[in-house]
Ligand binder design. Structure first.
Ligand SMILES: NC(=O)c1ccc[n+]([C@@H]2O[C@H](COP(=O)([O-])OP(=O)(O)OC[C@H]3O[C@@H](n4cnc5c(N)ncnc54)[C@H](OP(=O)(O)O)[C@@H]3O)[C@@H](O)[C@H]2O)c1
Length: 241
C-alpha cells in the first residue's frame, strides 16, 4: 500500500507544489490549510487531493484532524511535511507580543504539535519521514523579522534533536531552508524591497515553489533512510555555510 503524506499549509504556495509533486510520485496525500476555504476547494477539486481545515498552532485541533485523516483515509501518516507558516513583520520596537506569539505558535509550535501527534504511530510502524520547512531567514536573520527568524531558527534545532530520537525507529527528520520563492508570502513584500532581495540572489531570480517540492520528494523517499538531521538549503546561492 502507498504511503500517506500530510502536508500542512498544503493548498497554496510551496505547500501546494509539495502536495502535487508527492501525489504525482505515487503517495497518498492529505493537505491541510488554515482559513482560505475557496482556494482549498479549488485545489482539492483540481488535484483530487483531500483537504483538512485546522489550525496547526492548536494542539487539540491537530490531534482531532490526525484522527479524522486516519479514519477517513484508512492509513497512518507515514510522511509529515510541516510547511504551514506565516509572517507578521515589524522591527522589534514596533512589534506587539501578539505578533511574536502568533508567529512562534504557527511556525514553530506547529512542528511540536504535529510531530508529537504522529510520532507514536511512526514508532509503532518503525517508519517515518518528517520534513520541516525552515527558511534562509532562520539561518541568516532578517531585518524586521525577529519573530520569524527565531521561529525558523528554532525549527533547525528542533529538526536535529528529533532526528536523534527518531533514528533508531527508522524515522528521519530533515529541514529545508528555502530562499526567496515566488509565492503569496513573498508577493506581500514591497516591490522596492523585493528588487533589492533579487539583486542579492546569485542565480538572479526568485525560486519556484516546485524547486522546494523536489527537495521534499528526495527527503521523504524510502531510499533516503540514511539522510537525517540535515538541512537542505535551496536558495539560489544567496546564503552558503
Ligand atoms: N515564500 C518564500 O519565499 C519562503 C521562503 C522561506 C521559507 N518559506 C516558508 O515556506 C512555507 C510556505 O510558505 P509560502 O510562501 O508557500 O506561504 P503562503 O503562500 O502564505 O501559504 C501558507 C500556507 O500555510 C497555511 N497556513 C497558514 N497559517 C496556518 C495555520 N495556522 N494552520 C494551518 N495552515 C496555515 C495557509 O493556509 P490558508 O491558505 O488557509 O491561508 C497556506 O496554505 C512557510 O513555512 C514559509 O515560512 C517561504
Amino acid at each position: 500500500m502507498s504511503r500517506l503524506a500530510l502536508v500542512t499549509g498544503g493548498t497554496r504556495g510551496i505547500g501546494e507544489a509539495i502536495s502535487i509533486r508527492l501525489k504525482k510520485a505515487g503517495y497518498l496525500v492529505a493537505a491541510n490549510y488554515g482559513s482560505n476555504e475557496e482556494k482549498a476547494a479549488v485545489f482539492s477539486e483540481r488535484h483530487h487531493i483531500p483537504v483538512y481545515k485546522f489550525d496547526v498552532a492548536d494542539f487539540e485541533a491537530c490531534k482531532l484532524a490526525v484522527e479524522t485523516i486516519r479514519s477517513e483515509l484508512g492509513h497512518d501518516i507515514d510522511i509529515l511535511v510541516n510547511n504551514a507558516g506565516i509572517t507578521r513583520d515589524n522591527t522589534i520596537h514596533k512589534m506587539t507580543p501578539e505578533c511574536w506569539h502568533k508567529v512562534m505558535d504557527t511556525n514553530l509550535g506547529s512542528c511540536f504539535n504535529m510531530c508529537r501527534i504522529v510520532i507514536d504511530s511512526m514508532r509503532v510502524n518503525n517508519f517515518g519521514r518528517i520534513v520541516n520547512i525552515g527558511s534562509i531567514n532562520g539561518q541568516a536573520g532578517q531585518y524586521g523579522q525577529v519573530n520569524y527568524a527565531a521561529a525558523k531558527s528554532g525549527i533547525h534545532g528542533f529538526t536535529k534533536a528529533l532526528a536523534q530520537e527518531g533514528a533508531r525507529h527508522n524515522i528521519t527528520v530533515n529541514a529545508i531552508a528555502p530562499g526567496y520563492i515566488a509565492t503569496d508570502m513573498v508577493k506581500a513584500v514591497p516591490e522596492r524591497v523585493l528588487e533589492k532581495i533579487v539583486a542579492r540572489i546569485p542565480i538572479g531570480r526568485l525560486g519556484e515553489a516546485d524547486e522546494i517540492a523536489r527537495g521534499v520528494e528526495f527527503l521523504v523517499a524510502d531510499e533516503a533512510g540514511f539522510v537525517t538531521g540535515s538541512t537542505l538549503s535551496i536558495n539560489g546561492g544567496q546564503h552558503m555555510y
